[in-house]
Design a protein around this ligand. Structure first.
Ligand code: TXA
Ligand code: MG
Length: 310
């Protein structure tokens, strides 16, 4: 932990676990360190970063809260919810991190390692998922190493992450709007707000200014081609299963996200299984339908992007 904070103070990059996925952290106030994050990931500079803080009080120093944001912070933080809010005056996060927007994405991760690093640094830490841009997000230290060996100064190994999909992103700039489904379910968010949330769908694949610029259509992409909602299997395909495998899908190699049909378990396994699929050298996979409730919304969102033509 001491080494992690020392590296961050010097403007270096530290990968660390959060409850969702591993993040590639840098001191948010240090513009050069933030620039290194973009370079290490090969991330387009128009795609802004999330500022991670130790607690809600620290979030209020960098962002302006309204009533909806207050309710969501009380219900979810620490936890897998990111809010996009107007920047506070005097916000010390580098302009580069916000990619020219006048808003900021803020999150309080629910992981002791992430919390202690951020608290010891004493200021916000930008942390995109610790993968090469466009690739599957890392849910273990080994995944980080596989993507970022030689591009990161230190990796803190905290074992596999608990949630397995990234945080839910909600913009609280007017009507609360869901920008990215994730570890906090829509139902839980609507319950905390007492109102439905709007959903932002980019108008087209080439949408010039998507609300969450990272939500490009092709993303989270394994090398293998995915075919979603499969009800039959082709001889060359590996099966990504959810729940018991029906007879007509049996035969080939199977990665089961959750043999018992549990969406929480499936979310935690999703990115690992996409990486394992690639390790087998498979060129194509059929994915069983996943129910679109609870964490299923986030799982289906990632699968849709993983299956998008590229
Ligand atoms: O679970 C998570 O959120 C993980 C862990 C490491 O905390 N982080 C993560 O970061 O997923 P990243 O950079 O992979 O995804 C951040 C998303 C991108 O889609 C980005 O475009 C969006 O947040 N974003 C960041 N700032 C924004 C802003 N001001 N307005 C709208 N979207 C924003
Ligand atoms: Mg990412």
């Amino acid at each position: 932990m001491d080494a992690a904070v020392r590296v961050l103070r010097k403007g270096g990059l530290v990968a660390f676990p959060t409850e969702t996925v591993y993040g590639l952290g840098a001191d948010a106030a240090n513009g050069e360190a933030v620039a290194r994050v973009y370079a290490a990931k090969g991330r387009p500079s128009f795609n802004p970063l999330i500022a991670h803080v130790a607690d809600a009080a620290a979030a209020r120093r960098i962002a302006r809260f309204n009533a909806a944001a207050d309710a969501l912070a009380a219900a979810f933080w620490p936890g897998p919810l990111t809010m996009v809010l107007p920047k506070a005056t005097g916000c010390q996060v580098s302009d580069l991190a916000a990619a020219g927007l006048d808003t900021i994405a803020v999150r309080v991760p629910d992981h002791p390692v992430a919390h202690d690093i951020i608290a010891a640094l004493g200021g916000p830490v930008v942390a995109p998922s610790a993968n090469i841009s466009g690739h599957v997000s890392p849910t273990s230290a080994e995944h980080v190493l596989a993507d970022l060996r030689g591009r990161v100064d230190l990796i803190v190994d905290g074992g596999p992450t608990r949630v397995g999909v990234e945080s839910t992103i909600v913009a609280c700039l007017g009507t609360p709007t869901l920008l990215r489904p994730g570890g906090a379910t829509r139902a839980a968010i609507e319950n905390a707000l007492g109102t439905p949330v709007a959903t932002h769908e980019p108008a087209t694949e080439d949408d010039e200014a998507p609300l969450a610029p990272g939500m490009l259509t092709s993303h989270y992409a394994p090398h293998a081609k995915l075919r979603l909602d499969a009800t039959h299997i082709r001889p060359e395909e590996t099966l990504i299963a959810f729940g018991p495998v029906p007879r007509e899908l049996e035969g080939g190699r199977v990665f089961n996200l959750s043999p018992g049909g549990d969406l929480v378990e499936a979310a935690a396994n999703l990115f690992l299984h996409l990486r394992l699929l690639d390790e087998t050298g498979a060129t194509s996979a059929a994915v069983m339908p996943i129910p679109h409730e609870g964490l299923g919304e986030a799982i289906n969102d990632r699968l849709k992007r993983a299956a998008a033509p590229r």
